[in-house]
Design a protein around this ligand. Sequence first.
Ligand code: IPE
Ligand code: IPE
Ligand code: MG
Length: 236
Amino acid sequence: MSSKEESIKNVPNHVALIMDGNGRWAKSKAKSRYFGHQAGTNNIRNIIEIYASLGVKYLTLFAFSTENWNRPNKEVSWLLDIMTKTISKELNELNASGVKIQHIGRLDRLTPKLKKAIEHSIELTKNNSGIIVSVAFDYGSRYEILNAVKMIVKDNISPDSISEELFNNYLYTKDIPYPDLIIRTAGEIRISNFLLWQSAYAEFYYTDVLWPDFSKDDVVKSIKSYSDRVRRFGKL
Ligand code: IPE
Ligand code: IPE
Ligand code: MG
């Protein structure tokens, strides 16, 4: 680790990343959106390894939202296809680096191939002790919350026993601590249905850098920005 990185005193335990801007990146190069998604997906493993090397223990990656199904069919099938191929291409290296892969979101609407690839990556890496990477694919926070409510009702839980802790245990993220830092690339300053419950006390970091260009320097900048902040959680 370089001295620049060693000077970071307060590394977030859990970073959640909204990987946005693939389309604009492609447009800026007069290429198709497919090319942008390919470049963006190719950047993922490198960024995982950089966060891991800085001491981040949990990384959650927003790859496809419940609303992204509303894009043109061609783009949706590109996205599913690229994710499927990337998992098989990168899985061995990720596994060798000790990465533990998890999924948050719905699996029931994915292509059988993508569902299988995700399930296989979870199974293969389940005993790894390195960074825990949760891939949010077909993830939407409102759906997650509604789903939790439905399961609580089905389980006949009495209203008086519904605590924040119990509610959290019905979310996809039940085994993951709340995010400390939420990063969004590509200049948009919005949450787009990502981790609404979980982000209650997260710090936010926005950058104009488009996701395929997000680099080690940007990772370090994001962590340094977090490190300088004072979190109060409502206290004095
Ligand atoms: C992020 O890039 C990937 C997904 C949302 C699936 P975009 O495709 O949203 O890129 P822009 O926002 O159009 O540039
Ligand atoms: C958010 O990006 C979802 C992902 C990065 C997967 P979008 O590009 O879908 O968000 P909006 O539509 O600009 O809010
Ligand atoms: Mg976008």
